[in-house]
Design a binder for this molecule. Structure first.
Ligand code: F6R
Length: 251
């Protein structure tokens, strides 16, 4: 696991976007696993700049997103489909037909999980998976649990995740309580993984993920077992690691 610490969130976006751009340049038909949330926004902004400058094209890429809230339609402004369209896809040349995300409106969970696993399999797996990390160590929406989930699954969001998401919804009762998410095995099957995190509130979980025990109680800790993971954090998110286990940070 390589850990790169950047000065701030904007620099983090530049470093992460350079890694994604290298992947797409070397393999234009890459399958990109993508994440939503606040962490990847500066990365997406940098990717858009690279596209606008004529340095990068997503025309041959496929995208497979990590997760989607159950019950939200694609045009709901809190859905992850909406987020992806408005934070990346509409600004670049990716073919929308090549973008994939679990269907939050599908009520038959077994059917939707099997469909999404089949989609990823048909793409030949993910070349580069971009991840954020929750305060409790979740990746995708794989929450702390007694065992690691394998393929796409439906999960009940923990109260801390529901609380963290409340800020995005007008009414408390509109906050989704379930989500479809790629499983840990699918994430771990990606050829390369890039995790981004920023802010002091992520410092403790970054320390646990990188230097702590590997346990499904901290789902992201399993990334220690993958042999091509790059973690890009800003100084605030990397602060506890820098204090307690600086040997993990790339000089
Ligand atoms: C989103 C996702 C989540 C987020 C995590 C961190 O697709 O998979 O695991 O990455 O909740 O969210 P932010 O970046 O908003 O702190």
């Amino acid at each position: 696991m390589r850990v790169i610490v950047t000065k701030n969130y904007e620099d983090l976006g530049r470093v992460a976007a350079n890694i994604i751009a290298s992947q797409v340049t070397l393999k234009p038909e890459s399958v990109l696993g993508l994440a939503t949330g606040s962490s990847p926004i500066s990365t997406y902004k940098e990717l858009i700049k690279k596209y606008e400058n004529g340095d990068l094209s997503f025309a041959k890429c496929h995208a497979a997103n990590l997760d989607e809230y159950v019950g939200l339609t694609k045009d709901n402004d809190q859905s992850y489909a909406y987020f992806m369209y408005n934070n990346l896809f509409k600004f670049v040349d990716i073919d929308m037909a090549n973008t994939n995300i679990p269907d939050g409106t599908e009520k038959d969970a077994a059917k939707e999980c099997a469909r999404y696993d089949a989609v990823i399999k048909s793409l030949g797996g993910v070349d580069l998976q971009l991840l954020g990390i929750g305060h409790n160590g979740h990746v995708g929406f794989n929450e702390p649990a007694d065992c690691f989930a394998k393929g796409t699954n439906i999960i009940n969001l923990t109260q801390s995740t529901i609380d963290a998401n409340t800020r995005f919804f007008e009414k408390k009762e509109d906050v989704p309580t379930q989500a479809y998410t790629m499983g840990i095995k699918t994430i771990m099957s990606a050829k390369k993984i890039l995790l981004v995190a920023s802010g002091k509130d992520k410092a403790e979980i970054i320390y646990k993920m990188v230097a702590g025990d590997i346990t499904p109680q901290v789902p992201a800790s399993v990334l220690q077992l993958h042999n091509d993971v790059i973690v890009v954090v800003d100084e605030a998110a990397g602060s506890l690691l820098a204090e307690k286990a600086p040997e993990y940070i790339e000089k």
